[in-house]
Ligand binder design. Structure first.
Ligand SMILES: Cc1cc2nc3c(=O)[nH]c(=O)nc-3n(C[C@H](O)[C@H](O)[C@H](O)COP(=O)(O)O)c2cc1C
Length: 366
């Protein structure tokens, strides 16, 4: 069955992408995922000066189910890629050469300076990547340099920076948005005004994963201390679904949405697609379960399409959006349903109380 979908002029072999992060950490792991069957990948976010990016250990923390021990929430304080841009440029070229049919998206981030964003855009574009994803959303570490969600929280900056990129790029530009904001529509619309043709949502939610009661240190603990980090995995999915549906209902129709947040199987992915995502991205799920997850994703999508009679992936996108309403409307719908049920009940009583011949006569005109 054909699981491909064309989004902003790019044809994805299937709608499943590695999300920016450890699953797209270098060319080798991206190649492995394409071999396994992933439709595309958003590489780990790159910037001009990797020397400024210094990661700490440990940088992850898990929230487990108290009954099964399953990981349901995940915090990270990881920064963007600490690999030199020259190495990345060579690897983008190599991946595109070896996998021309898979979609490779470069995630980029820079300081608030037009020349830096445009230099990075030009360099990366020359490698032949298919699209850009602008990281306006990393909620920790990079914010101290006014990068990531420091931009995504301010619509005016989103618009301005996106326009710097679109001024010099000739490939599709997506903006990746932060959920750490009251109304995700505002900065997303601003990015669209700046020329973005797609929005990716969501990045991680600011969090503190827990406190070690023995040492009384918040986690993840680095030399006794910590900073709030980004929350991902299954626990964030309902929040991501809400934000994706708000975007799908609030952005211009031709703006594509790449849904992200807590996706671990085809069921989760389909929920995002039904609420308006043309593609979906998985990050923590792949870190915990490996790239072979793609088999179930593809099989589950295919089975759903057969069961429900869909002939193309595109037909699924946004199918459930019509079922959102206002609370007042829900109340009215409920009252109307009650009235018609009551009507049915009283009709039933009439039929039971009267002789059937009498009822027949009553309903007959001659
Ligand atoms: C360890 C880790 C590193 C990440 N690094 C990046 C990054 O470099 N750039 C980016 O845009 N998002 C990054 N993310 C965010 C993910 O791409 C994704 O938006 C988020 O984790 C929610 O999706 P998930 O629940 O599938 O992980 C990272 C997430 C994790 C867990």
């Amino acid at each position: 069955m054909d699981l491909s979908i064309t989004v902003n002029g790019m044809t994805f072999p299937n709608p499943f992408l590695l999300g920016s992060g450890p699953p797209g950490t270098n060319a080798r792991v991206i190649a492995k995922s394409f071999d396994a069957g992933w439709g595309g990948a958003v590489a780990k976010t790159v910037s001009l000066e990797s020397a400024k990016v210094v990661n700490v250990v440990p940088r992850y923390g898990k929230l487990r189910s108290k009954t099964s021990g399953e990981v349901i929430g995940f915090e990270n304080i990881e920064l963007i890629s600490d690999r030199p841009i020259d190495v990345w440029l060579e690897e983008f070229r190599q991946v595109k050469k070896e996998y021309p049919k898979n979609i490779l998206i470069a995630s980029i981030m820079e300081e608030y300076e037009k020349s830096r964003w445009q230099e990075l855009t030009r360099m990366v574009q020359d490698t032949g990547v298919d699209a850009f994803e602008l990281n306006f959303s990393c909620p920790h570490g990079m914010t101290e340099r006014k990068m990531g969600s420091e931009m995504g929280e301010h619509p005016d900056l989103c618009e301005e920076v996106t326009s710097w990129v679109t001024e010099v790029s000739n490939i599709p530009v997506w903006a990746k948005m932060t959920p750490n904001i009251t109304n995700i529509k505002e900065p997303s619309l601003a990015a669209v005004r700046g020329g973005a043709v797609g929005v990716s949502a969501i990045n991680t939610i600011l969090s503190v994963i827990g406190v070690d009661l023995e040492t009384m240190r918040p986690m993840p603990t680095v030399e006794g201390h910590t900073v709030p980090g980004g929350y991902s995995s299954q626990a964030v999915r309902p929040i991501a679904l809400r934000m994706v549906s708000q975007l799908a209902l609030g952005l211009p129709q031709d703006v594509s949405i790449s849904g992200i947040g807590g996706i671990e199987n085809s069921h989760d992915a389909l929920e995002f697609m039904l609420l308006g995502s043309s593609t979906v991205q998985l990050c923590t799920g792949v870190m915990l379960h490996g790239v072979k997850m793609i088999d179930e994703l593809n099989e589950g999508l295919e089975k759903f399409m057969v069961d429900k009679g869909f002939t193309s992936v595109q037909e699924i996108v946004g199918k459930s959006l019509g079922y959102f309403s206002t609370h007042m409307d829900l109340v009215q719908k409920m009252k109307a349903a009650k009235r018609s049920k009551a009507g049915e009940a009283s009709r039933d009583n009439e039929w039971a109380q009267k002789d059937i011949t009498e009822k027949t006569a009553e309903l007959t005109s001659n």
